[in-house]
Structures are given as C-alpha cells and as structure tokens.
Design a protein around this ligand. Sequence first.
Ligand code: PEP
Ligand code: MG
Length: 317
Amino acid sequence: ERGRLARLKNTPAVTLDGQRIDLLANIEEPGDTAAALAVGAVGVGLFRSEFLFMGRQGKLPGEDEQYAAYRAAVEGMHGLPVTIRTVDVGADKPLDESRHDAAHLNPALGQRAIRWCLAEPAMFLAQLRAILRAAAHGKVQILIPMLAHASEIRQTLELIDKAREQLDQRGQAYGPVKLGAMIEVPAAALSLRLFLRYFDYLSIGTNDLTQYTLAIDRADESVANLYDQLHPAVLRLVADTIAEGARLGKPVAVCGEMAGDPDMTRLLLGLGLRSFSMHPSQILQVKQEVLRADVSKLTDWAQAVLESDEPAALLEG
Ligand code: PEP
Ligand code: MG
C-alpha cells in the first residue's frame, strides 16, 4: 500500500471528470519543505510561523532571524507558492509554559493570534517586514489567523501598508504578496462578504472553527467525544465559505485537519473545494481519493449530507 501510494507522487491531482485539485502542505519550520516536496505538494498552504516564537523564554525572534526562516522556506519550495501565517500564539500554543498562566481562564477566547499581534504592533510589524522581504525570493501569500471584526481587518491592512512604507524608507527590497484571512471563528464564517471584500483568498481553519462553533475545547480530552467536524453546523459554515468564495471568484482552501482526512475528501470536493492543505504525511492518501472521485456525481450527494441531521451516517454509506 505504501509503495503504491508513493508512486502517486508525480501524478497530477485531477479528478475523473478533469478537475484539477491543489494539494498543499502544512509546515512548522523551513526544513519541513523537504517532506512537502517528497510527496509532491504543489506549495505550502500553511506555514505555522508561531513555531519560530515558541519556547524561547520570551526572547522573540527578530526581523532578520524571521526573514532568514521565511526565505529558507520560500527557496526550499523552488518557486512553488508558500503561505505564511502570521504568528498564532495563545490558547493551545503558549509562547512559554510559564505564560500558560491561570490568570487567563479561557485562553482560547483570550488574547491569541491576531489579537496579540494588534496589541504588540512593533512585534507584528517586524514579522510583516520579514515576510514581505522573503517575498522578493518567490511566491508568498500572507495568511491572518483568528480575525472576526472589521476593525481588526482594517488595523491589519494598515499595518501591512506601514511595513511596506518602512521598507521603502530603508530602501530594502520586498516582493508582492497575496493577502488571505483564515475563517476559523464562526463570526467570520457568518460575515463572508466583509472578508471577501478585503482579502484575495480565504483559508478555512476547521480545527478552531469546530472548537468555537461547538464550544468544545480542542485540547480537552474529557470532551473530545463531542468534538465533531461533521456536526451539521460546522459543515454549514464550511460549505457557505466555499460557496461564497466561488460566487465572488476568490480562492478558498481548507487548512485544518479536515483537509487531510481521506474520509472527508469526497464531501469537500462535492462542496466545491479545490484547494486542500494538510500535513505532508496525508497528501498521497488524499490524492488517491481525488483520483478516484467524479465531482459531477458528488455534488447532489454533498448537498444531501449538508441537509442531514446526522451527516456522519451518510458519509459512511
Ligand atoms: C485550524 O484552526 O484549523 C488551523 C489550521 O490552525 P491551527 O490548528 O494552527 O490553530
Ligand atoms: Mg486555528
């Protein structure tokens, strides 16, 4: 089975009815690009930049250190696109164990991801400059996590403009970037018009979208049985995001665990998804599902799954 899957590495991910599907890699550090290329990923759909920031006793990576890391990832992909997500610390990803403090009783609802970045603009500007500079070396997309409010979007865009101005003032080279938002807070999935007005593309974070839609802590074993990506409410938000992106002609990806689950591939294809980003170890299995799928025959079934009170039953059938 392993050997047979390995032979799919260079096979284009195209469905039986000729739909080309992008299978991208989620990475945590620049060195992971080798694993991404080894399974034929057509790019990096999620570089979790927070891994550069974590476990450093509060001594954060500076602009040049980050630039070197992002540039290494970009060069490691040899011209394929790299989506760099701005730092998403907090909640299950504390900067340091010591900061995992009890003062924040509900860290998943607290100052994480873009909320922290906007509270620490000097830190955020340094990251944005590092990413923009790395974009001079290849195709780079910026991805912003945990957005929910128009004011957050506005502030984020202003800071990106400011980072460019700072680089201009220094006379430092930088490249063009596409700008994307993660859809991982239910409020975002219910405000798609706003997000599609400001961003070039969307990427659905099904891990957090499930957590926040169902009010289930994704890290709490005692409620893990209720953490259900197939809950009709979660599927509805995922489906609406894919459909609204298609309607307005903007790309939508899924970069949460759902994208790497081969049992979900047919459903996501049927809902119209054409871009999946996952751990490199899952790419070949998902590609096998893509190669066996006829999207034209999955659309009606996917709508039936969406309308069902218990989608899991239909998925097994
Ligand atoms: C997600 O929430 O689905 C996601 C991809 O981001 P992370 O798992 O890093 O929070
Ligand atoms: Mg997330």
